[in-house]
Write a protein that binds this ligand. Structure first.
Ligand code: PLA
Length: 579
């Protein structure tokens, strides 16, 4: 419901109706009015006053703010804004019939989407610029009748609430959506790419946007071991009862062991608070809510660049963040000095978000020696390491190797946050399986932390989904299936390594400029950070139908050996011919 008050000076400065009225009065007082002007005005006013004459100035009542209609929400910032700032769209037939030429020159056609979508409002506006008497006449006339008809068709309701001094002071209440104040959000920089890809009819199209594994035939892949686990679950006839807030116990045990190593003493000592959550994103979000609640002064340091959603997660959780240097475009490698300097310079006790392996989007990871130095500075500054582990096993093909960084910090006795995801390594993307682990210094600390994570999860999503958690628990809990999973993971990681090599070969063979493309081979994981800028990435999509994120990232998991030559042509063209 929108309230829309209008005076004779429609479409002018956005002020509240009562202010507008007072403003008018002052303006009129200031301007000397000569006799001929008075006559002219009288002539013009007479165009509109059809029934009652204008009251004499002395008998005018003092200006009052326009009273809202009964169901108005005048306190809503949206309704105020609407009322104050709408330009008026004039519907010509009604305009000439009800408003008169005088106002025509003053009123601007509205480009406002609300008005263009609701022509009945425009009609009402045109009608409202007439004098009150004319309004009254029109109210019983075809004009108002037309608006009322619009009401039955579109739910529009129009009412006159107030008139003043022979000028119209009207509030138009129009039943339009309460969501008129909700603007269209931009498409997501990663998942939005898949939507654009679907809409492209070209046979050449290639989706290298989202990090989702495809087969060599570029088809989605469900792991055999997942199908096997699902069949077992069907055979057993598992139920769909709610899980506890912290999730499936067997999953929580398996996930902590996968991450830290089954024989890691911190597990046996009860130092790990593990909560099954909504995949990597949900786990990060839960941890962000925890930081916001218990470390309100702390800031999170994130790498520059990072996975685009990190910023959204901390923004939405109202956790302040800043960036540390990570990527050096000159070397297309890690800016290690910059990274250390920025982590060192951050206020003591900051949270440092680290990609456990296969940094997204750069595919550049610190070496084991560099990880040691990063741990040193984090420890010295009493920062809290916060790992995002979205690609364990998927980067190198080995679960243990990819957990190196996390285990190094834990081994030092540090308290650590780790968000885990099974989207990529088990291909459980839409099952939303993951966990938040907090390694604490004492078991009772872990208990307290876990109790508070549960407290945060309960009003957010109550408890996590069971299906994917059971798959993970079954696969990890069964030595045969666990072995099969490792094999399939190696297979997936291997296929990505093959296309990485083939892409490098194609680029090196085709590009005669002498550019060194070997950085592609040094990057690991699903992605390659090509160094293409936004315009070049746009060219990849617009000209070559290759869909990728605008930061120059391509997902090699969506590439086949057969498409490497085509991709290399597109990259060379974009790199050399587009600025
Ligand atoms: N953390 C990082 C670093 C990621 O790259 C992703 C996924 C996640 C967390 C979250 O994954 P999850 O919630 O599905 O477990 N990044 C993808 C997909 C693969 C995405 O943007 O959601 C990507 O294309 O970057």
């Amino acid at each position: 419901m929108y309230y829309w008050s209008v005076g004779t000076h429609l479409g002018q400065n956005p002020v509240a109706p009562h202010q507008k009225h007072q403003g008018l009065k002052q303006k009129e007082k200031k301007l000397p009015v000569c006799a001929s002007q008075k006559r002219k005005r009288k002539r013009k006013n007479s165009q509109f006053v059809t029934e009652t004459p204008r009251p004499a100035p002395s008998t005018r009542s003092p200006p009052r703010p326009a009273a809202p209609l009964p169901s108005a929400r005048p306190s809503s910032p949206h309704s105020r804004k609407r009322r104050a700032s709408y330009p008026i769209l004039i519907s010509p037939p009604f305009f000439s019939a009800a408003a008169g030429q005088r106002h025509a020159t003053r009123l601007t056609p509205a480009s406002d989407p609300l008005l263009t979508r609701h022509p009945e409002m425009a009609t009402a506006a045109a009608f409202s610029v007439s004098s009150p008497a004319a309004s009254a006449v029109a109210a019983r006339s075809k004009v108002f009748g037309g608006v009322n008809q619009a009401r039955t068709r579109t739910g529009c309701r129009v009412g006159i609430t107030r008139k003043n001094f022979g000028r119209v002071m009207m509030a138009l209440a129009v039943d339009v959506s309460r969501f008129e104040g909700v603007p269209m959000a931009p498409p997501d920089p990663i998942l939005g790419v898949s939507e654009a890809f679907k809409a492209d009819k070209s046979e050449l199209k290639l989706n290298l946007g989202v990090g989702a594994y495809r087969t060599e035939e570029l088809q989605p892949y469900v792991l055999n071991v997942v199908k096997k686990a699902e069949n077992l679950m069907l055979e057993k006839g598992e139920n769909k009862e709610y899980l506890p807030i912290e999730g499936l116990a067997a999953f929580n045990k398996a996930t902590a062991e996968l991450l830290l190593g089954a024989d890691n003493p911190v597990i046996n000592q009860g130092l790990v608070a593990t909560l099954q959550s909504l995949s990597g994103t949900g786990s990060l979000r839960l941890a962000a809510a925890f930081i916001q609640r218990y470390f309100p002064e702390a800031k999170v340091l994130i790498s520059s660049p990072t996975w685009g959603n990190h910023k959204n997660i901390f923004n939405d959780a109202r956790v302040p963040w800043s960036e540390y240097r990570y990527y050096d475009p000159k070397t297309v490698g890690l800016d290690f000095e910059g990274m250390i300097a920025d982590i060192e310079a951050a206020p003591e006790g900051s949270f440092v978000l680290l990609h456990g392996c296969a940094h997204n989007p750069t595919g550049i990871d610190p070496t084991p020696e560099q990880w040691e130095k990063i741990a040193d500075v984090i420890q010295e500054k009493k920062h809290m390491p916060f790992f995002d582990v979205a690609y364990q096993g998927f980067a190198s093909g080995s679960l243990d190797e990819d957990a190196f960084s996390v285990r190094l910090f834990v081994k030092r006795g540090m308290e650590v946050f780790v968000a885990q995801s099974y989207s990529k390594n088990l291909g459980l993307y839409s099952e939303r399986v993951g966990a938040i682990n907090v390694v604490c210094s004492a078991p009772e600390v872990a208990d307290r932390v876990k109790s508070q994570l549960k407290r945060l999860a309960r009003p957010m999503y109550s408890n996590p989904p069971i299906h994917g958690a059971k798959i993970v628990a079954n696969v990890v809990g069964d030595p045969t299936m666990f072995g099969e999973w490792k094999q399939e993971m190696e297979l997936m990681a291997g296929r990505i390594k093959n296309v990485r090599q083939k892409l490098y070969d194609s680029l090196s063979a085709k590009d005669k400029s002498g550019k060194d493309w070997s950085f592609i081979l040094r990057q690991i994981g699903m992605f390659s950070y090509t160094g293409l800028n936004k315009a070049q990435s746009d060219n990849m999509t617009d000209k070559w139908h290759i869909y990728m994120t605008k930061d120059g990232r391509i997902s090699l998991a969506g590439l086949s050996l057969a498409k490497c030559d085509y991709l290399a042509d597109a990259i060379i063209d974009s790199f050399h011919n587009v600025n």
